[in-house]
Design a protein around this ligand. Sequence first.
Ligand code: HEC
Ligand code: HEC
Ligand code: HEC
Length: 191
Amino acid sequence: MGRRLHWMLLLAFGLAEAAPPDGDFTQAECIACHGADSPEVHSYVTSKHGVLLAIGRSGRAPDCVACHGGTHASLDRDRLHHGCHQCHSPRYVASLAANGEAMIAVGHLKLREADDILEQARADFTAEELQDLLAIRARLDAYQHRLRLGVGHQSPDYQWWHGHPALDGELLRLKGAYDVLMRKRALEDKR
Ligand code: HEC
Ligand code: HEC
Ligand code: HEC
């Protein structure tokens, strides 16, 4: 990963480089530390589970600890998905998982398209000239992360608003920024 991209990701995700701390936490502590406004928490808040909890139907819908456990050590993907069976039919959960994987795969296709454009651009332009494109590329990663959270937390907002449409928008912006560079170059060549 390029150094610039690396730093932009760090700016985009303050926590991203830190190690998960040891300890047994309550949901309030998960939210306080990850940040009430973080995509990790907000994607839960905007899920049906989060809404049920917010309207006082706790006990029916899972909170952070019910799904993830209280500690970071207990993070285990299979266990996470198995937990759904407590309350939903295996068939329903399997179809959600398949849809989720497809959604994430389509996201990866968009990232790959962006990388192809960048690769072409790198052949013709200096790192300095590519700054706008690289900033957009970093935002694409951020939106792919949101999409993954939308799938993990079953938040339609994060799948369909902060996820795919946002990826589409950034991909268009990347193409536009590349076009601008090419046009400037063509004008310079004419002089
Ligand atoms: C004292 C701060 C703190 C508390 C409390 C905390 N976390 Fe974290 N958590 C972090 C940091 C730092 C990371 C690593 C950076 C990242 O992935 O965001 C992390 C990572 C994670 C990850 C991703 C781990 C991985 O392997 O990629 C999950 C899931 C997570 N936390 C869930 C929770 C849940 C659920 C709780 C409450 C039971 C919780 N956290 C409480 C700070 C905290
Ligand atoms: C219904 C179960 C469920 C609940 C409730 C839930 N999560 Fe998750 N969470 C998941 C699943 C499933 C994933 C996706 C895991 C994956 O893709 O490997 C996930 C992903 C995450 C991640 C990203 C991990 C990564 O690899 O990047 C974080 C951080 C996280 N959850 C924190 C929280 C916090 C904090 C709460 C409470 C505010 C919470 N979760 C509530 C099931 C849940
Ligand atoms: C403690 C029980 C419980 C667990 C565990 C649980 N859920 Fe739920 N879930 C519910 C309840 C209750 C509802 C609301 C059902 C309703 O009345 O529409 C719900 C709703 C949903 C919805 C929204 C359905 C809709 O019609 O909008 C999805 C999607 C979902 N759950 C997926 C999952 C997944 C995936 C997991 C595991 C990561 C999971 N749930 C774990 C209790 C649970």
